[in-house]
Structure formats: C-alpha cells, structure tokens
Ligand binder design. Structure first.
Ligand code: ADE
Length: 241
C-alpha cells in the first residue's frame, strides 16, 4: 500500500540529498499535507565486504566503475512491495517531456534508481524492467538532481497541490507551444537607465478576443525562435487538422 496518493521510492547512495528542494515551497507543503510521499533506500547498506562496496570495474575494460547488479537488486527487493514502474535516471534515457510527466502522475507508486560512476550493470536494468529517463542532453555527476527535477514536475500536477489560482492549462507545452510573456503593474515602468517600458497596449484594452489573439501570436513567435523543433511539430499538427 502506498503511503499517499503518489509515492516514490528512491534508490541512492546519497539519501541526504532528499527531499532537497522538494521540501520547500509548493512541493514541501504538499509533502506535509501527505499529497505525496517518498522513501529512500541507501544502496550502500547492501554493499559487499568491510568497505560495503557497491561497484566494480567494467568487463571489457575502460575507465570508471559500474554499480553491481546483485547489490542493486538486494536494495530494490528490500522495498516493502514492488512499484508499478521502475525508472533509471540516465542521460541515455528517453527525454522527460510534459506528456511523460503527466503519465507518471497517474502511477501511484514509482521507484527511481539514481546512478553514480560510469553506470549500472545492464542486467539489473533488464531483469527489473527499468525505463531509462533523461532530463536533457548533458551529463550530471549523478541521477539525484535529475530525480528531484522529475519529481518536482510531477508533484505540482498532483490533485490538491496547486490552488485554483494557478492553472497548468495555459503554461508552456500544454498545447505544444511555449508560453506567452507576462506583465504586471506598473503599466509604465522606467528602468535604472531612464528608459521607459510600457505594457503592450492590447493587454490593457479589456478586449478579450484581441488579448487571446496577441498571446497566441507571441506564443508562436517565441516557439519558432527558441524551439524550432517544437514549432515544426506544431505546424504539421495544424496542417493535418
Ligand atoms: N544522470 C546523469 N545525467 C543525467 C541526465 N541528463 N538525465 C538523467 N539522469 C542523469
């Protein structure tokens, strides 16, 4: 049984990295309220010998150390029950997208394996059906910050976490486009160099249709400029409608 509507088991060599930023702000309050929960398993506790070794040299040679399948399996099987999904944070994984995040929030219990060193013995990933997930095309020193990012993106979507004032419907990626720019008071602002910046006139017009049209145009222009890959997909989708 999960301890909350959304539970995450984290296999790590650095359990003190959790909850980290997830203990603050929106996710921190949600944790206190029991809207989500987590457990860490320290893989070191299952290490071998006096030094509690968790890794060894790679077969075939090469630099670095590889986390052992037997050690990681013992850590995994120490969980009270099997999660519906096993995820391994890795730069080699499928990219984490907003669709993937939404999908993960629908699974009540997931287990995340955080790697260190050169990687993890492939046999462990195969034997326990780990899905590899990447948070971007760069290499971190370990999977823990990546796990925190994945969890953060999921937690804010859980029921009861965001109040009515914040809605995910209009944010970036919800319609395949990046979000339009925002403005607030004062309507006219003079910066430290003396230059005056006025809010785009349409936003103070009260004309809802024109505002929606302006926002759509800005969204499209920003997506085109910053993410030509997303723009290409969006254009083709509109064409096929
Ligand atoms: N571990 C190291 N780099 C990573 C990345 N880019 N995404 C997920 N896990 C990682």
């Amino acid at each position: 049984m999960s301890k909350s509507p959304w539970h995450v088991n984290i296999l790590t060599l650095f359990p003190e990295m959790f909850p980290g930023s997830l203990g603050q702000s929106l996710s921190g309050k949600a944790l206190e309220k029991g809207l989500w929960s987590y457990d860490t398993v320290n893989m070191r506790d299952f290490g071998h010998g006096v030094h509690k070794a968790v890794d060894d040299t790679p077969f075939g040679g090469g630099a670095g150390m590889v986390l052992r399948a037997d050690v990681l399996e013992d850590a995994l099987l120490s969980l009270p029950h099997k999660a519906a999904k096993n995820i391994y944070m890795s730069p080699r994984g499928k990219p984490l997208t907003q669709n993937k995040v939404t999908e993960l929030t629908k699974i009540p219990e997931i287990t995340i394996l955080c790697g260190r060193y050169e990687g993890v013995d492939q046999r462990l990933l195969d034997a326990h059906n780990f899905e590899e997930v990447s948070i971007g095309d760069y290499v971190l020193s370990g999977g823990e910050p990546a796990a925190i990012i994945l969890m953060d993106a999921c937690i804010r979507l859980l029921d009861g976490v965001m109040g009515n004032t914040q809605t995910p419907d209009e944010e970036s990626f919800s319609n395949g486009l990046l979000e339009y720019p925002h403005y607030t008071k004062p309507a006219s602002w003079t910066d430290s160099s003396g230059a005056q910046h006025d809010v785009p006139e349409v936003l103070t017009s009260g004309h809802h249709k024109k505002i929606a049209q302006w926002r759509k145009e800005r969204s499209e222009a920003i997506t085109k400029q910053n993410r030509p890959d997303l723009w290409e997909i969006h254009k083709n989708k509109e064409k096929s409608l």
